[in-house]
Write a protein that binds this ligand. Structure first.
Ligand SMILES: Nc1ncnc2c1ncn2[C@@H]1O[C@H](COP(=O)(O)OP(=O)(O)OP(=O)(O)O)[C@@H](O)[C@H]1O
Length: 242
């Protein structure tokens, strides 16, 4: 079966720095794939290339077999890819319901503002924010902003959801809830790629993980296989043997 997402030799440099360097990887429909690696290894850049927030210097990115590497971000969202950001981006002066409605209006299934508001409420319920639908987003804690951002991404009705350290900064109870929520989304059939440093979450959620270092893929497999790969251990510990 054709993968949902394919990257073939994708590269992106910032000046002389090769942030993503010939990355080849694919994601099948229904998978939860972890994208892991030490700080600065190119994970967020890879997500930005898939979502059109950055344009690749070279290589091909296919979504459902169609090239998207030159497409604008809003077209990629319409095509069925939604994301959350490492640094949360909510619209502070809008209510929670309005924030999510914006996601629906610009998502894969365009709709009127009224329908978008209707679609927002069940999604706010799903992330545990239903009671606060009419509050302004600026009143939310950081963690609740993350929940809101996830609801907004889901409102786009994506086929592929990209999570950029969505579980970072959660306390143990919130982490458990967050993992359960992602597991429930996966059980509904959503395909998910998660950039994550919380390895317990990677082990709990991912059928497969791709490990990056210095812009390249250094290992791939089940979390148990990939995370015990000597090249991965070396990358996390650094080259210094001392
Ligand atoms: N817009 C940019 N301009 C210049 N350099 C950048 C830019 N974005 C990222 N970089 C650099 O590219 C490299 C890869 O960064 P990236 O954010 O993709 O890594 P990451 O694996 O997501 O890291 P982390 O786990 O710390 O979030 C880093 O060296 C980073 O400093």
């Amino acid at each position: 079966m054709q993968p949902l997402l394919e990257l073939h030799g994708v590269s992106k440099a910032f000046g002389g720095l090769r942030a993503v360097d010939g990355l080849t990887a694919s994601v099948r429909r229904g998978e939860v794939v972890g994208l892991v690696g030490p700080n600065g290894s190119g994970k967020t850049t890879a997500l930005n290339l898939v979502t059109g927030n950055l344009t690749a210097d070279s290589g091909a990115i296919l979504f459902e077999g169609r090239p998207i590497e030159r497409a604008a971000a809003h077209r990629i969202t319409r095509a069925g890819i939604a994301r959350t950001f490492q640094l949360v981006r909510v619209m502070p002066s809008l209510t929670l319901a309005e924030n999510v409605a914006v996601g629906a209006m610009f998502g894969a299934r365009a709709c009127s503002p009224a329908e978008a508001q209707e679609r927002a409420l069940p999604l706010l319920a799903r992330v545990g924010l239903a009671a606060r639908a009419e509050e302004r987003a600026r009143s939310l804690t950081y963690i609740d902003q993350k929940r809101l951002e996830l609801a907004r991404a889901l409102a786009a009705e994506p086929q592929l959801l990209l999570l950029d350290e969505w579980l970072a900064g959660l306390n143990p109870t919130e982490l458990k809830e967050g993992i359960a929520l992602i597991a429930a989304l996966a059980a509904d059939g959503l395909t998910i790629v998660m950039v994550e440093h919380v390895m317990d979450a990677i082990r709990a959620l991912c059928s497969r993980c791709v490990v990056m270092n210095a812009g390249t893929k250094i290992a791939e497999g089940t979390p148990a296989e990939a995370l015990s790969d000597p090249a991965v251990i070396k990358a996390y510990l650094g080259d210094d043997d001392a």
